[in-house]
Design a protein around this ligand. Structure first.
Ligand code: ATP
Length: 266
């Protein structure tokens, strides 16, 4: 196999007005000096789904977490992250506000131990929204957008913990959507779900693409090829290839990408 430092890279570029967020020479160091992400420069297109793929420990989650400053207390992050003309990797950014615009959904569903309704309204109330009619409206809109409304509309005041894992994950998406984000970061959102729930989640994500930009880490190659528009391949902390999903899966440019795709598509 080719050495990662000698491997050619291919990184797809978008026009400025197509981009919603981009990184420039993003590097991450754990424990002060152990570098695990190397100069990642990627642009993400508005209202698309991008899959981040690659072997275990290749830096996918490390990269994803930079995009809404989740690595702040964990690692040193060098480089730039451009969002609406601002470098959001600078210290003077309001991280709380940023995370409203760039929401995150984690691997394991993590609803609050509260009712379905309160899961959606919690952050809104904390932000000072107390108008019951408005809150009810956002609850319905968010649950509809996450394709959960029909399943839960009669039990909004029941505990979220009584829902299935798949429903809990769609509730976590609804909870993020209630804050009206532009971007959703998803870190292996279906890895704890059964095939039926996974398929529902994928349908939900495909529908959300009309209004939101999604960047998703996945180990599941079929999933990446089914729902993503673009795919970035990570290897040992380097992004070796970033292209349309079709090109990555049918005509990868690099030997390492090809070996990984061939080996993982089982
Ligand atoms: N908090 C941390 N402290 C120290 N090292 C870390 C930390 N988080 C991740 N790493 C290391 O950084 C490297 C990249 O990890 P990361 O979780 O980003 O990879 P990944 O591609 O998402 O892997 P996986 O698919 O297994 O989740 C790994 O070597 C990992 O051990």
């Amino acid at each position: 196999m080719q050495n990662v430092n000698e491997a050619p890279t291919y990184i797809h570029q978008f026009d400025k007005d197509e981009q919603i967020i981009s990184t420039q020479d993003l590097s991450v160091f754990y424990g002060g000096s152990v570098q695990k992400l190397f100069n990642a420069s990627l642009q993400f297109k508005k209202k698309t789904i991008t899959a981040l793929i690659g072997g275990s420990g290749s830096g996918k989650s490390t990269f994803l977490r930079c995009l809404n400053r989740m690595n702040d207390k964990v690692a040193r992050v060098d480089g730039e992250i451009w969002y609406h003309g601002l470098d959001i990797n600078k210290n003077n950014i309001n991280v709380y506000q940023l995370r409203k615009n760039i929401g995150m959904v984690f691997q394991k569903p993590n609803p609050f131990p509260k009712s379905i309704r309160e899961n959606i309204t919690y952050a809104l109330k904390a932000n000072g929204e107390n108008d019951k009619q408005k809150l009810d409206q956002i609850v319905e809109e968010s649950l509809r957008a996450a394709a959960l409304w029909d399943e839960v509309k009669d039990k909004l005041d029941k505990s979220a913990l009584a829902m299935s894992g798949g429903q809990q994950q769609r509730l976590c998406i609804a909870r993020a959507l209630a804050l009206k984000p532009e971007i959703l970061l998803l870190d292996e959102p279906a890895s704890a779900l059964d095939p039926v729930s996974t398929s529902k989640l994928e349908d939900t994500l495909k529908q959300l693409r009309t209004d939101y930009t999604m960047i998703m880490v996945t180990h599941n190659m079929q999933q990446a090829s089914r729902i993503s528009d673009y795919t970035a391949f990570f290897h040992l902390g380097h992004v070796l290839e970033y292209d349309t999903t079709e090109n990555i899966f049918t005509n990868p440019k690099g030997e390492i990408t090809e070996d990984y795709i061939r080996g993982s598509f089982g």
